[in-house]
Design a protein around this ligand. Structure first.
Ligand SMILES: NC(=O)c1ccc[n+]([C@@H]2O[C@H](COP(=O)([O-])OP(=O)(O)OC[C@H]3O[C@@H](n4cnc5c(N)ncnc54)[C@H](O)[C@@H]3O)[C@@H](O)[C@H]2O)c1
Length: 336
């Protein structure tokens, strides 16, 4: 049975698909290739994946329930890794409807499809933005998250609650992941590192929000992928025995908000980490290491340096986002 990845032409979906394909896993990817950012970049990612015999792509909008149901009627999926969404916090101020469609309607459609044809595990992307106005640091998945300060955050929190109810009602094993700003090759051009670089290359001032009084955790894409792949084969355990489907113990089937990312790259001005990685460690026996530790160990530095250089060259050269790393299906070699 193939693994279904939604949002496969996106930054994280592309990397997850590539790792799975390299491991010989059959992958079906769907994406509506929307124009939130360069469609050329999304197509370039798909182009990379098209070299794998075990990869298939189908253009599909998850907000279209008929198309999604049809997809699930035709075949079963071993796991569903749901990464399609309208991302971005600021964009939600001007385009709230996009979040309603992709993140709420789309997610409901996906849950319904999974209810009809249950995968062994539904992993979906939530976001660190659900911590919203929380003041307690470091953030923890055990904290209440009731103050989303953007529609994007509210839509992600809604996803967690929706997933919880489907786990409870239909014993659908779900895991939600609160990603903290992800960076790396083939990344999203709407995010800070790309915007900073582009501004530098074009000789424009770098736009810094909140007078520069900002600190946040970043997570390197390989750490995100590693966490997803480790979790993929570890669905939350369902209660056994002859229980009614709505029995409250089946709530244990939902592991909403498993926090997999933090402190991979601490910005120099951030005096505190933004999240604990305890859950990640507990669930996967592994956690993303802090940048400084890996720097000392000599493993992250060359990779990050090469990425930065490639990013700069790419932006300076073609303006097309295909030159970030060698065009090969092998994973980038990392000195260790
Ligand atoms: N990148 C980060 O730093 C970050 C942080 C927190 C959470 N997330 C979440 O992780 C997931 C992946 O993020 P990303 O950075 O890869 O974003 P991305 O925008 O690069 O990828 C999302 C993909 O989903 C597709 N998509 C959007 N609406 C769709 C729809 N209705 N039907 C089908 N496809 C649709 C887009 O075309 C895009 O290719 C998203 O859910 C995002 O909210 C990302």
């Amino acid at each position: 049975m193939p693994v279904l990845i939604t949002g496969v032409a996106g930054f994280i979906g592309f990397h997850v698909a590539r790792r799975l394909c390299e491991a010989g896993t059959e992958v079906l990817g769907i994406d509506n290739l929307n124009g939130y950012y360069s469609v050329e970049l999304k197509r370039a990612r798909l182009q990379q994946l098209s070299g794998f015999a075990n990869f298939r792509f189908q253009p599909l909008d998850i907000a279209n329930s008929v198309d999604l149901q049809q997809l699930f009627t035709g075949q079963a999926f071993s796991e569903v890794i749901h990464l399609a969404a309208q991302a971005g916090v600021r964009y939600s101020l001007d385009n709230p409807g996009a979040y309603g469609q992709a993140n709420l309607v789309g997610f409901l459609n996906l849950l319904e499809a999974c209810r009809q044809q249950p995968p062994r595990h539904l992993i979906y992307a939530s976001s660190s933005s659900v911590y919203g106005a929380n003041a307690k640091l470091p953030f923890s998945v055990d904290d209440p998250v009731e103050q989303p300060v953007s529609l994007y955050a509210a839509s992600k929190r809604a996803n967690e609650l929706m997933a919880y109810s489907y786990a409870h009602l239909y014993r659908l094993p779900t895991t939600g992941l609160r990603f903290f700003t992800v960076y790396g090759p083939w990344g999203r051009p709407d995010m800070a590192l790309f915007k900073f670089t582009r501004a530098m290359l074009e000789g424009r001032p770098i736009e810094i929000y909140n007078n520069g009084l900002m600190g946040r955790d970043f997570t390197y894409i390989d750490d995100i992928v590693e966490s997803i792949l480790r979790l993929r084969l570890k669905p939350p355990s369902l209660p056994t025995g002859n229980r009614p489907a709505s029995c409250s113990t089946s709530a244990a089937a939902s592991r909403c908000g498993c926090c997999i990312s933090s402190s991979a790259w601490r910005t120099p001005w951030a005096s505190r980490p933004s999240a604990t990685t305890c859950h990640c460690k507990r669930e996967t026996c592994w956690r993303p290491g802090p940048m400084w530790a890996r720097w000392r160990a000599g493993s992250t530095s060359p990779r990050t340096h090469r990425w930065n250089t490639a990013l700069t060259l790419s932006l300076a050269g073609t303006g097309i986002f295909t030159g970030f790393e060698p065009r090969t299906h092998n994973r980038p070699q990392v000195a260790s």
